[in-house]
Write a protein that binds this ligand. Structure first.
Ligand SMILES: *Cc1c(COP(=O)(O)O)cnc(C)c1O
Length: 358
């Protein structure tokens, strides 16, 4: 594999314009000037790694991703620290997960070092796009998709891997406001043997209709249940779920193959153990949640993922029934502050989770 080639942008965004965009970055609407790209073919393997101008992708209308959805993605954030460096959080875990998703979707594996280098190369060129406001970051979106022009159904023999970057503000906006969650009774996200533990676009496509239903009912997110044992909770469309008990336990659904293993989830589990909480990864039913909240044994509930980090869950709407929780609890707040502190460089990185990109 040759080194990354840098193909200069013909008309990069001016520093003034970037400053204007970074004043209110929003989420996922503005993109930096460049993209990292690596091509793959069955015969040649990974080739032609490069950083080039961000822009439309030339794609044959018969490209199999457009027909059969052979696609995977990752998501991570880069923060600018006070030492001037740009750091990301546990990117090796994202590299491993990308390859796990690739395996499930019959896409080629990408070497971890190549993955890390694609992030480093892109961030090095687009350094000035990293916002520095509180909780703000440059969101990195690596993705891989089938480009081969072929309508037969088999794994594509031509694939593209790319990374795009987008300045990101606070995901749900403003301070830590508890979100209202809709319990999806009509639709499932994943089933045993399916693609629930792969980070693939199809899972998100399938979550859009229930998400719409949630919005119609005044909810911001959807909670999906185990489709076989109707009442066990799994996760939100793009976030894992935790419950805190009044006797020092942290509960989260176990990884059975239908839940996406979040890097934030793993980190929360570690930080909770560090604080002396007992972590239980197991089957959790809605009945347990409901009874626990009513009896006062479940004191906090939160969701977590890279985009929003940690968000308290305020109310759970299950048809006509509303399970109310306590709002933003102490444990939620403390773990969130610690995690965000490590990511932004204000709390000691005792687990060696940070990786300097630039
Ligand atoms: C990405 C994702 C998460 C969160 O994973 P993080 O690595 O913590 O960002 C949770 N659930 C689903 C379905 C996801 O796609």
């Amino acid at each position: 594999m040759t080194a990354f080639q840098y193909i200069q942008h013909p008309s990069p965004t001016s520093e003034d314009q970037i400053a204007q965009i970074l004043k209110d970055p929003g989420f996922g609407t503005n993109f930096t000037d460049h993209t990292a790209v690596i091509d793959w073919t069955l015969d040649g393997g990974w080739a032609n790694p490069r950083v080039e101008a961000y822009g439309p992708i030339p794609l044959d209308p018969a490209a199999s991703v457009l027909h059969y959805g052979q696609e995977i993605f990752e998501g991570l954030k880069a923060y600018k620290h006070s030492d001037g460096g740009i750091y990301t959080f546990r990117p090796q875990a994202n590299a491993a997960r990308l390859n796990k998703s690739a395996h499930r979707m019959a896409l080629p594996a990408l070497d971890e070092n190549l993955f890390l280098e694609s992030l480093e190369q892109l961030v090095a060129v687009d350094k000035s796009w990293v916002p520095t406001g509180e909780g703000e970051a440059l969101y990195l979106r690596p993705f891989m998709f089938a480009t081969e022009a072929f309508l037969g159904v088999r794994p594509a023999q031509e694939v593209s891997y790319r990374v795009i970057a987008s300045p990101a503000g606070n995901y749900f906006g403003g301070e830590l406001k508890p979100v209202r969650i809709w319990v999806s009774r009509d639709y499932a996200r994943a089933a045993p043997g399916g693609t629930g533990d792969a980070k693939t676009g199809g899972n998100y496509a399938a979550s859009l209709l229930p998400q719409q239903q949630a919005a119609e009912n005044g909810c911001q997110q959807v909670l999906f249940l185990d489709p076989l044992h109707d009442n066990a909770i799994e996760e939100l469309g793009g976030m894992n779920v935790f419950l805190v008990t009044n006797d020092g336990r942290l509960l989260t659904p176990e990884l059975t193959g239908t839940i996406l293993e979040g890097v934030t989830r793993s980190s929360v589990i570690q930080l909770a153990k560090d604080r002396g909480l007992t972590v239980e990864e197991r089957r959790i039913t809605l009945d347990e949640w409901d009874a626990g909240v009513t009896e006062g044994t479940i004191t906090e509930v939160f969701a977590c993922g890279t985009a929003a980090v940690i968000t308290p869950i305020g109310e759970l709407v299950d048809g006509d029934k509303v399970i109310a929780s306590t709002g933003t609890g102490e444990v939620t707040q403390a773990i969130r502050e610690e995690l965000l502190g490590i990511q932004t460089g204000t709390v000691e990185d005792r687990h060696n989770w940070l990786h300097r990109l630039a």
